[in-house]
Design a protein around this ligand. Structure first.
Ligand code: FAD
Length: 426
């Protein structure tokens, strides 16, 4: 029987010889040593790049899940790397701890989120990998390695953004926040005002982002701050209705851009402002039903507004099929070697394209703009960069490659896609 694996958007299809789901470290070591290569580890398959694709073996590590221990004083928790974020939030809440921040969805496995430097928004909030305090991994020869921030801080920084190429993570210790509540607001405003007030917007809230709605002239702003106010319950989600409205406006007004602007403007005016208080784990994430493909670039923060203005002009002049909102976030700088936020405060701009249509032309036209402003691509989202490009934009690229070779000298985790990314001769 032939096996198949596909990512969330359907853009990556793979036919591995084996799909293995070991449940012990010994079994995992045996698979890494002897299963058909390349051995690629799958989280939840929510990356848009072919990181998990393998003609050899795809590894499912969901058996390595759950809360293994926690320290109430240090506010740390040790968890299986296969734990899904949706489960992790409840496990942490049950011991009075919380993730300091989250991205848009909670479907990822923790190991998968670490694999691509998954992030949320907030100028003082880092991506998930910045929470790492200890790592247990099985290397390319099936040996178990443990690194702790106390004794091996360099190794945590070298291997924390994994791309699934620095061993199979089985367990991690993460540092958390005490459980908290958030006051969340949503409102819309003209994009010109937002671009003029960009810095003030991000500086005003603990966590803020905005979506530019193509062909509308408007941004939808989301912001949250911690609060002691009582819970007031999150209103029902309307994101999917919004996407359907934008698609309809696109379909029926392709030759009448003024009508499209008017229809979307009316819909936005009718959208009620949102204002509620909820526990952290019920605020950050949403359900995403409509499948899309995505490109996201992480830019030096100061370049964000300029780059966004160019991307908007590009989409509205040349790509009338685009209807998904563009997401604009800010992320704190960190010091992980393969982190796109390495040593710089970041403005992240994400563009989306309906998964039923090819995103190639739009993304190919947008990418030079992102690159012109010094962007580094999200590891899990579509881009065209290869090893030479990465060596130029990651100051510790060579050091990271040396560590990768030490962890996986025989290239057991190296697929043709990773060989291209890392510049490894086939
Ligand atoms: C609807 C949607 C919303 C999204 N929202 C955001 C967002 O808000 N912010 C953001 O930054 N990204 C976002 N993403 C991208 C997503 O968070 C990343 O692509 C993430 O890596 C996916 O996690 P996953 O568990 O599906 O991992 P996969 O895509 O399955 O794998 C990602 C990488 O992690 C590796 N990996 C997985 N588990 C392990 C392990 N145990 N040990 C070692 N390596 C491992 C894999 O080999 C691979 O290289 C979104 C994606 C979608 C589809």
């Amino acid at each position: 029987m032939s096996l198949s694996w596909s990512n969330w958007s359907g853009s990556v299809q793979s036919s591995p010889k084996a799909i293995e789901a070991p449940s012990t470290i010994e079994a995992l070591s045996a698979v890494i040593r002897s299963a058909p290569g390349p051995v690629r580890i799958a989280g939840s398959g929510h990356s848009f790049t072919p990181l998990v694709e393998s003609a050899g073996t795809i590894l499912d590590l969901s058996a390595f899940s759950g809360l293994h221990g926690h320290d109430t004083e240090a506010l740390t928790a040790t968890v299986g790397a296969g734990t899904k974020l949706a489960d992790l939030t409840h496990l942490l809440q049950s011991v009075g701890q919380a993730l300091p921040n989250m991205g848009d969805i909670d479907k990822q496995a923790l190991g998968g989120a670490l694999g691509t430097a998954t992030h949320g928004t907030g100028p003082e909030l880092g991506a998930y990998h910045t929470q790492l305090r200890a790592i247990t991994l099985v290397d390319g020869r099936g040996e178990v390695r443990r690194y702790s921030d106390d004794t091996d801080s360099e190794m945590i920084r070298a291997t924390g953004v994994t791309l699934g190429a620095f061993g199979a993570l089985t367990e991690v210790t993460i540092s958390n926040a005490p459980s908290y509540r958030l006051h969340k607001r949503r409102w819309s405003m003209p994009i010109g005002d937002m671009l003029a007030d960009f810095d003030a917007f991000y500086a005003a809230y603990r966590s803020a982002e905005f979506y530019f709605i193509p062909f509308s002239g408007h941004a939808l702003c989301l912001a949250s701050d911690t609060t002691d106010a009582p819970v007031s319950t999150r209103p029902p989600e309307v994101d999917e209705d919004g996407i359907a409205t934008l698609r309809m406006a696109r379909n029926f007004t392709s030759r009448l851009p003024w009508l499209r602007r008017k229809l979307i403007g009316n819909a936005l005016r009718k959208l009620p402002d949102e204002d509620y208080v909820e526990d952290w784990l019920k605020v950050y994430t949403s359900e995403r039903e409509t499948r899309f493909n995505e490109m996201e670039y992480h830019l030096p923060y100061e370049e964000g507004a300029k780059a966004l203005a160019e991307i908007i002009a590009l989409a509205e002049r040349h790509f009338p099929e685009v209807y998904f909102p563009m997401e604009v976030r800010s992320v704190k700088a960190d010091d992980f070697w393969l982190s796109p936020f390495y040593q710089r405060k970041t403005c992240s701009i994400a563009i989306h394209h309906d998964a039923k249509q090819s995103p190639k032309a739009f993304f190919a036209a947008a990418e030079p703009i992102f690159r012109k402003y010094g962007g580094r691509p999200h590891w899990g989202k579509m881009h065209s960069l290869t090893a030479t490009d990465f060596a130029a934009i990651y100051p510790r690229w060579k050091d990271a490659m040396d560590i990768r070779r030490d962890i996986d000298p025989d290239g057991r985790f190296i697929s043709p896609y990773l060989a291209r990314i890392f510049g490894i001769e086939a």
